[in-house]
Every structure is written in C-alpha cells, then in structure tokens.
Design a protein around this ligand. Structure first.
Ligand SMILES: O=C(O)[C@@H](CO)OP(=O)(O)O
Length: 252
C-alpha cells in the first residue's frame, strides 16, 4: 500500500511486552518489550519502508513499550530524526485493581462474563487500584502534571474522553497540515482511536482487537474521515492471526 491521500495516519501498537508474554493485566505499569517485541517493532519499520509510508511526526504515550517500539521502528526506517510528541492521553487504559494480575486467574475466579465485562465493555471500569499498591502511578513523577487526577481505573469510555481533546488539539492538526502521522500506542488507546475514526458502536467495539507491532494505516479525507474504513494492516495475514491471539487471552 502506498499513500494516495494527503492525510495518512499510521497506528502502531507496541511490540510484545514482558507482561503480554506473561499474560498479566498491564495498564499504566511501565513494563519493557520482550526480544520478540523488539523484533516486531523492527519489522514494523521495514513494512513502513516497503509501503513507502514514511512518518513526518511521531506521537507516543509516556510508556516505554510504546516509546521503544517507535524508536526501533523509526530506526529501521531511517526516520529517527522526526519530531516526537508524547502524551499520557495516549497511554494504555488504566486497568485499576487488575493491574499486575494474571488474566487466566481472574477469568477462573470471576467467570467469563465478568472477565469480558472488565476487559472489553465500553463503560464498566474494573475496581479502582489502591494508591498504596505497588502497581499504582499516583506518585510517579512522569504524571506530576496530572496532580490528583492520575487515574485509579478506567473503562474504554474514559480513555476516549481523555484521548479526544488531544486528537483535536494536536494529532488532527498535523494530519490536516498534510503530515504523515505515526501514533505508537496501546491495545486499548488505539481501540478508542479506531472507535472514533470508524464510528464503531459502544457494543461492537467489544469485538475489536489490535495486534502488536503491525502498522495499521488509515487514509483520511479532508474531514479526516477514513477513506479505507477499518484501516489497512500492512501485513494482513499476520494481523488476522495475532488479532485472534489477543481475543483469546486468558483462555488458557
Ligand atoms: O493488559 C493490558 O493492559 C491490555 C493490553 O495488553 O490487555 P487487554 O488486551 O486484556 O485489554
């Protein structure tokens, strides 16, 4: 795929993280990539080159699995020099009291319905994480600008509510100016973005999963609406398989 419109948005979920591999709820916990995650990031950058989709500006969360994925991908595309903007508004959904917990264990303890409600419902957040927890971010200096508004839990709707102002104020401005924008972020922050772009209903978004490390490209019209509804994965076969794996997490 080669860019044809003047408004090209490339979404990249970080490569496999340590806690993806261990099957733990992660959220705002700042875990590193695995070796496989680094390889996925490198391949993501190669795919950008192969499809002649070279980003002009990078947006990332404040979490290193997204930051390092973008750095590796841009290095392999020889684009390490582009401008970078980071925001907590692109962070993964805060997973509340589930952060650090084993997905299969939670599914066994609470049952499939509750597990999926917490994981994929649009507006039901998990229980709040205690500020004293080792997995809390309330005293993390990188979120000092949030004051006491550091999340203790979030549902997907909360993610959309905190992401949209940033989309309007920054990302869409760069897109409208004709820049090819790379957003390196997370499974659920990218689900929020895709929900917004494709106009997916609150119910249907539950069935949408985003794989690690495979660029998803949107060509946008002058109103920044998708020309290719649903976007285009640069490696469609790998994406289909990886999407199924995300959907099945916690089932083993
Ligand atoms: O644990 C998490 O933070 C997310 C992404 O890895 O998991 P899930 O796909 O279950 O929402």
């Amino acid at each position: 795929m080669t860019s044809t419109s003047k408004h090209t948005l490339v979404l990249l979920r970080h490569g496999q993280s340590d806690w993806n591999e261990k099957n733990l709820f992660t959220g705002w916990v700042d875990v590193p990539l695995t070796d496989l995650g680094r390889k996925e990031a490198h391949r993501g950058g190669e795919l950008l080159v192969e499809h002649n989709l070279l980003p002009d500006v990078l947006y990332t969360s404040r979490l290193k699995r997204a930051i390092v994925t973008a750095n590796i991908a841009l290095e392999s595309a020889d684009r390490s020099w582009i401008d970078v903007k980071r925001s907590w508004r692109l962070n993964e959904r805060h997973y509340g009291a589930l952060q650090g917990k084993d997905k299969a264990q939670i599914r066994n303890e609470f049952g499939e319905d509750q597990f999926m409600m917490w994981r994929r419902s649009y507006d039901t957040p998990p229980p709040a994480l205690d500020d004293a927890s080792e997995w809390s971010q309330v005293n993390d200096p990188r979120y000092a600008d949030l004051g006491d508004n550091v999340p203790r839990t979030e549902c997907l709707k909360d993610v959309l509510d905190r992401f949209l102002p940033y989309w309007e104020s920054d990302i869409s401005v760069d897109l409208a100016a004709g820049k090819t924008v790379l957003v390196a972020a997370h499974g659920n922050s990218l689900r929020a973005l895709v929900k917004h772009l494709d106009g997916i209903s609150d119910d249907d978004i539950a069935g949408l999963n985003i794989p690690t490390g495979i660029p998803l490209v949107y060509e946008l019209d002058e109103n920044l609406k998708p020309v290719n509804q649903g976007g285009t994965y640069l490696d469609a076969d790998a994406a289909a398989e990886a999407i199924q794996a995300v959907a099945n997490q916690g089932k083993k």
